[in-house]
Write a protein that binds this ligand. Structure first.
Ligand SMILES: C[S@@+](CC[C@H](N)C(=O)[O-])C[C@H]1O[C@@H](n2cnc3c(N)ncnc32)[C@H](O)[C@@H]1O
Length: 656
């Protein structure tokens, strides 16, 4: 305890001199002149002046990965060659999001310094050394009385230091007078609301609030609570960057303010253009040579990929070169390599790509399989099927069968336990790819996230059911999204862990941040730390989530309960006026076939079940009863069908 207290004081006593040297206004002006990218790195610098060793070291603790850890299975060449990408892009300052729950929600204790210190074990040990060093040097042989005396003295010194720091801050605030940063009053906000957004004002206020929140006990604006600051910051970010309040709130739950700003700034810039060499047709070096000769300025993408190239600039349109048209490469974001590397497809396997269009990952899977084995590439949106087929042809992929069906039907079409691996690059909210699609800033809502989560859970169970747990080479499922939302990522995997006989294994990707095992009030299976999260501000790639599951047994644990459990997540009423709802409706179409009529009946039954559930709020015996009713109903349906068939047979006999 003494150690953490003392650390806090050291941090505090470091801050005022900085402030004295530069008044806030001067700082604000200085920051205004900085480029957005510089903001992130400067923040690192500012951090290191404010509470430097604490936060920085804490972040390092979180991103540290054990290089000795190995995947349970052999990983693809690419994955095996992986190294820490952070070391590449020099963005280590921005690594790690550690204060997920403390900083963002504004409900926390104002004294966040205490919290950070309390959690920071590495930092604690650093201080301990410092103290014990001075202690042992001065009185290692002294008796207990002396120690007590000494410790009292230290405490007194520290108390004085703290007093001084507070006094200094007061002095400074007095000095600063009207210049000291404060939150706007209600009247001022009303006044602001009357005109168009004052962008320079918003920008400087965002910076000041972020700064205040990062060292709140010292930089707290006059009389404001942490919650006031967070609320003002949310509102200012939403106005300045054009987000809806739902998404800003959701992102605040994921990142502490300083890191959130880094993420939001990263979303304002495009990620580097990258291409993937199609090893079915060429080698990376050869491709690079040809493109260089055409005036394309490029480099190998990173240490972790043997096939990626990053394009800095180009004198020719990179999506229309003869090499592109001949299928020598795919224009593909770096994050899209990752699920395929995690899948690590082997030659001669049977693999399903559940949501395949436009085929970026399917073509990579085919290349890793060297066009052997069989890939079932499924896509349920017809227009997207065309782009999938076009890409497969262009890239010279010959081991693929294209399907057009909803994934729920796939286990019926292909058979359960029928393949070695499945890739589910799931439809999602796209909250990790805002740089590519700015509309995400305003188009997402809680309802929509819930709806995606519901769909994703169903898709994942179907994906698992297709995999043969006894496959000699595989038995794996890779789940990925380009969403940052926990509901679409960790929560979906946690659900599958409960519903099927699967276990999380390492992705084989030796960078990225570990998935959450806890998030707000949620507690996930501890193995969720084997999943990986990738962020634009940390890894300079689109936001992505990757999880790899190993199917342990072909026995279903509770298939009959799948719908029940989904119903309890409060997702029965999904809005139907957007793309994905359309997709859900489309799912009904294939059910018109003979085989899938049963599916429709089941789905109707399950809807009935959900309705009655939400009306009544069931207890377990009722659920059991309902299940029994369903089984009886199914039996009745098949009996009725049998009778109908019989009648038809007899009719045709009579005719004959
Ligand atoms: C993230 S994208 C896939 C991108 C693709 N894997 C690639 O790398 O090029 C998700 C895809 O899932 C499709 N989709 C949506 N709902 C689906 C469903 N119920 N079953 C199968 N696919 C679905 C969407 O049309 C979309 O093409």
């Amino acid at each position: 305890m003494v150690l953490t207290r003392s650390k806090k004081r050291v941090a505090k006593s470091q801050t005022p001199p900085l402030k004295r040297a530069e008044k806030p206004q001067a700082l604000a002006l200085k920051r205004k002149a900085e480029k957005p990218q510089a903001l992130a790195s400067k923040k690192g610098g500012a951090k290191s002046q404010k509470t430097p060793p604490l936060k920085k070291q804490k972040k390092e603790v979180f991103v540290e990965e054990d290089p000795s850890e190995e995947d349970e299975e052999e990983v693809s060449d690419d994955a095996a060659a992986s190294t820490d990408v952070e070391s590449d892009d020099g963005e280590e300052e921005g690594l790690g999001s550690s204060g997920f729950f403390s900083d963002g929600d504004g409900e926390e204790n104002d004294d966040d310094g205490e919290e950070l210190l309390g959690d920071d074990f590495l930092e604690g040990s650093g201080d301990e050394e410092e103290h014990s060093g001075s202690g042992s040097g001065s009185d290692s042989d002294s008796d207990e009385g002396d120690i007590e005396k000494e410790s009292k003295l230290i405490d007194e010194e520290e108390a004085k230091e703290e007093e001084d720091a507070k006094a200094e801050l007061l002095d400074f605030n007095k000095e600063a007078g009207d210049d000291a940063f404060r939150l706007p009053t209600e009247e001022e906000l009303e006044e602001e609301a009357r005109g168009p957004p004052d962008l320079p004002l918003l920008q400087s206020r965002i910076k000041e609030i972020v700064r205040a929140l990062s060292n709140f006990s010292v930089l707290r604006p006059n009389g404001a609570s942490r919650k006031d600051c967070v609320e003002q910051l949310k509102s200012d970010i939403a106005s300045y960057y054009g987000y809806n309040s739902f998404l800003i709130g959701a992102l605040f739950e994921l990142f502490p303010p300083v890191e959130l700003m880094e993420l939001i700034e990263a979303f304002e810039k495009q990620r580097p253009t990258s291409i993937r060499t199609n090893t079915l047709k060429t080698r990376r070096r050869d491709l690079a040579d040809v493109l260089l000769n055409r005036g394309v300025n490029l480099d190998p993408l990173s240490k972790w990929s043997k096939v990626g190239l990053v394009v800095y600039d180009s004198q020719v349109p990179i999506g229309a070169t003869p090499e592109y048209l001949s299928g020598f490469y795919m224009l593909q974001g770096a994050s899209s390599f990752l699920p395929v590397m995690a899948l690590a497809p082997q030659e001669n396997e049977r693999i399903v790509d559940v949501a395949a269009a436009p085929g970026g990952k399917t073509t990579y899977v085919a290349a890793l399989m060297k066009n052997t084995g069989l890939i079932f590439a499924n896509e349920m949106k017809v227009p997207r099927l065309k782009s999938l087929t076009a890409n497969l042809h262009r890239m010279g992929v010959t081991n693929t069968i294209n399907y057009y069906t909803c994934c729920f039907q796939l286990p019926k079409v292909l058979g359960e336990k029928s393949v070695d691996r499945v890739l589910l690059d799931a439809p999602c909210s796209g909250t990790g790819v805002i740089s590519k699609d700015e509309s995400v800033k305003v188009s997402k809502s809680l309802e929509e996230i819930k709806k995606f989560a519901h769909l994703q859970k169903q898709l994942l169970l179907a994906a698992i059911d297709m995999v043969d747990a006894t496959s000699k080479t595989g038995g794996f499922i890779v789940y990925s999204t380009c969403s940052l939302m926990v509901a679409e990522n960790e929560a979906v995997i946690d659900y599958a862990l409960k519903k099927r006989s699967v276990q999380l294994v390492k992705t084989g990707l030796d960078f990225g941040q570990d998935g959450f095992v806890r998030f707000r009030e949620h507690r996930f299976h501890p193995s969720l730390n084997k999943t990986k999260r990738f962020y634009p501000h940390v890894h300079n790639m689109d936001g992505f989530f990757v999880a790899k599951l190993k199917k342990m047994s072909n026995m279903k644990q509770a298939s009959e309960d799948d719908d029940e459990a989904l119903g309890t997540v409060d997702e029965a009423d999904v809005p139907s006026d957007d793309d994905e709802a359309e997709a859900m409706e489309e799912m009904e179409k294939p059910k018109k076939t003979k085989e899938s009529k049963e599916g429709l009946a089941k789905s109707k039954e399950s809807k009935k079940g959900k309705k009655s559930k939400s009306k009544k709020g069931e207890d377990p015996p009722k659920i059991k009863k309902q299940r029994k009713n369903r089984t009886e109903m199914r039996m009745e349906i098949s009996q009725a069908r049998e009778e109908k068939r019989k009648a038809m047979r007899e009719k045709s006999k009579e005719k004959q």
